[in-house]
Design a protein around this ligand. Structure first.
Ligand code: NAI
Length: 385
């Protein structure tokens, strides 16, 4: 069993520790903040109390799993680990200095991974004297429940490491996908239009948030509508991701953030957690009933869907990931009802092309440019599957 060292006992680090401990790996969880470690340990105990009550585990097994985790307030406990996963604050300089420190303690064979969602793995690896052992292993929140894990080899990462890590991640019950070290990896790149195109529809006054949410859940089959989902994630998180993806893509207009969401963020209207976002969560405030105009609901659904499909297709065009991994990422990472490339085939690639060309011809905005792969496939009468 490989020994896993995790840095950062917050939401992600604690969840990742639980995943490996459940599969029998010895885990060392390190945090500079003693309270974070205590909290992590208590939360895990509560989680297992519930799992035992639900008869998912026996009391003995639950204890055994918890005993697999050692809580450490010194990095010296990392001397014998095989894999380090860093899950600390999302700050490049701090991450780089932590990687440097860890490299002085661990063996030469130890793999060093970051759980970053927005920083480039190449930039983190650049801090190391052996950058070829650095890789991204991006879990989703909550890590024990979300099956998807994105594996991100950097330009420096040695050949074969991604496959080794993939096998390890599979062995702890997860669904790993391999993606290039580009902004947002798969999920946070391909999912952008779900939010941005919906906000655009709202800003243009095509429909209100309630109706757009209803279109995406009732016609599209998504579990949550975009506005409910953004309010749930929090605009502090969701807006920041949007802005960071936009900046990292050298300001490609396709990823442009919106003023509507920026103002919510600036106002501290983060969504559910602050009582107000796109919706008002104060007691007694009821949501408006959505429009039942089927033609309008269809129009909304189609516009958001073709934008999503275009993003997934373009990621395939640019070899960010393979077809299966792109579809797995969206169904397992953000619970989309279908993989977008599979959905594209069902919707008809010619229909995707026509819808997007119509939007492009109307707006003359680069945001609506069709990915060449779709035009090529239509010309050659090909489908994704
Ligand atoms: P968090 O704020 O819940 O936890 C971070 C922990 O790291 C804290 O306990 C803090 O005391 C500790 N820490 C900070 N600096 C440290 C240092 N120099 N050495 C040791 N410990 C240190 O953060 P969260 O949400 O767990 O995120 C961690 C990482 O995972 C970030 O890179 C984030 O982008 C990424 N991520 C977050 C997701 C989320 O939904 N929260 C999803 C996927 C990735």
């Amino acid at each position: 069993m490989k020994k896993i060292g995790i840095i950062g006992g917050g939401a992600m680090g604690s969840g990742i520790a639980q995943v490996f401990a459940q599969y029998g790996h010895p885990v060392v969880l390190y945090d500079t903040n003693k309270e974070a470690l205590d909290r992590s340990k208590q939360n895990l105990a509560k989680t297992f109390e519930k799992l035992v009550a639900k008869e998912k585990y026996t009391a003995e097994k639950a204890q055994e799993i918890q005993n697999n985790i050692e809580y450490a307030d010194s990095l010296s406990a990392f001397a014998s680990i095989d894999l380090m996963i860093e899950a600390i604050i999302e700050n490049l300089d701090i991450k780089k200095s932590v990687f440097k420190q860890v490299e002085e303690i661990v063996s030469d064979e130890c793999i060093l991974a970051s759980n970053t969602s927005s920083l480039s793995i190449a930039s983190i690896a650049s801090a190391c004297s052996k950058p070829e052992r650095v890789i991204g292993i991006h879990f989703f929140n909550p890590a024990p429940l979300m099956a998807l894990v994105e594996i991100i080899p950097a330009v420096q990462t040695r050949e074969g490491l991604a496959d080794e890590v993939k096998a390890l991640i599979q062995s702890v019950g997860k669904l790993p996908v391999i993606t290039k070290d580009t902004p947002g990896f798969i999920v946070n790149r391909v999912a952008r239009p779900f939010y941005s195109e919906s906000i655009r529809l709202l800003e243009e006054g095509v429909a209100d948030a309630e109706t757009i949410d209803f279109a995406m859940t009732s016609v599209g089959g998504f579990r949550m509508g975009p506005f409910e989902l953004m309010d749930f994630i929090g605009h502090d998180v969701n807006y920041r991701v949007t802005e960071s993806v936009f900046e990292s893509f050298f300001y490609d207009p396709r990823f442009k953030p919106s003023f509507s969401q920026k103002r919510l963020f600036e106002a501290g209207f983060y969504g559910r957690k602050s009582g107000r976002g796109f919706y008002n969560y104060a007691e007694g405030v009821e949501k408006k009933a959505p429009s039942q105009d089927q033609a309008l609901l269809e129009k909304i659904y189609k516009r958001v869907l073709v934008m999503l499909i275009n993003e997934a297709a373009d990621a395939l065009f640019l070899n960010i990931a393979n077809r299966e991994d792109l579809d797995t990422a969206m169904t397992k990472g953000v619970n989309y009802p279908k993989g977008l490339l599979k959905w594209a085939d069902e919707y008809g690639l010619e229909n995707v092309q026509n819808d997007l060309d119509e939007l492009y011809n109307y707006y003359h905005e680069d945001r609506y440019r069709l990915s060449p792969i779709i035009r090529n496939f239509v010309k050659e009468n090909k489908t994704f599957y």
